[in-house]
Design a protein around this ligand. Structure first.
Ligand SMILES: NC(=O)c1ccc[n+]([C@@H]2O[C@H](COP(=O)([O-])OP(=O)(O)OC[C@H]3O[C@@H](n4cnc5c(N)ncnc54)[C@H](OP(=O)(O)O)[C@@H]3O)[C@@H](O)[C@H]2O)c1
Length: 230
């Protein structure tokens, strides 16, 4: 049974993606910090007939992330899909928002650690095996500030744009090797951001395996086509 590992799995998008891939026959490995949240998601997926397990890790503590992937490798078939979509809960020390005039090394660094170093670390745990097998998908989710400057997210945007830049390069570097990498920026407001509507697009993106970036907007969710189709 193929495995999807979801890094930064919570009750919103992470759980919905888990359900969609689970219904397609995947076993789900959920990675997040809070055991209680992981337990709730595993139970909810179980009632839907999806085999899932939770692994505790803090993306900002990279050794715990590496350990989680070692546990996943020991407990599951190879990770066929890695999906990276952590969302800070606003309580993390130093993970503040800063506008362009307030940007400092101190308020950018935590976001670089979270988005860029977190994604690089997670990818490093699965990519060598994917390349050896010649199959796999790597999907990286961010918000709209990765693609277009947003003054309220002056510091976060630096990190998300850097993650996007790496993923677009990764996509090209993996061409012809059987491994597919794509960036999935979500540009949705609260009314449109229903995770159960968004998640099926991840299955489409994975199964089609085409294009370096899939911008999901209210329009693309409504039409079922993402911006790369337009
Ligand atoms: N503006 C938009 O268009 C829009 C709308 C919706 C979502 N999004 C994007 O979609 C993604 C998912 O959002 P969501 O809220 O629906 O996610 P979610 O899957 O409901 O939750 C994400 C989870 O990430 C985990 N997390 C946070 N910090 C972590 C850390 N340091 N280490 C490990 N796990 C961590 C949290 O769980 P723990 O607290 O248990 O660690 C959280 O529950 C995000 O990238 C978000 O920006 C964008």
């Amino acid at each position: 049974m193929p495995t999807i590992a979801i890094v930064g799995a919570g009750p919103g998008l992470g759980l919905s993606i888990a359900r969609v891939f689970g219904e397609q026959g995947y076993e789900v490995a959920l990675i997040a910090r809070r055991q209680s949240s992981l337990d709730e998601m595993v139970a909810e997926l179980g009632t839907a007939g999806v085999a899932a397990a939770g692994y505790r890790a803090d993306i900002l503590d990279r050794a715990t992330l590496v350990r989680a992937f070692k546990e996943i490798a020991a407990n599951h078939d190879p990770v066929e899909v890695l999906e990276f979509s952590p969302a800070p809960r606003g309580l993390e020390p130093g993970m503040v928002l800063a506008g362009p005039l307030e940007v400092s090394v101190a308020n950018v660094q935590p976001h670089i650690d979270f988005y860029v170093h977190g994604a690089i670390t997670a990818t490093g745990q699965v990519l060598p095996d994917m390349l050896e097998r010649g199959t796999g998908t790597l999907l990286f989710t961010t918000g709209p500030c990765s693609v277009a400057p947003m003054p309220t997210m002056g510091n976060v945007g630096i990190a998300c744009a850097a993650l996007r830049n790496w993923v677009l390069n990764l996509h090209d570097a993996l061409a012809g090797k059987g491994v597919y990498a794509a960036h999935v920026p979500l540009s949705l407001d609260a009314n449109d951001a229903d995770p159960d509507t968004i998640a099926p697009h991840y299955w489409q993106i994975h199964s089609r395996g085409e294009g370096p970036e899939h911008l999901l907007t209210p329009e693309t969710l409504r039409t079922g086509r993402d911006a790369s189709d337009l």
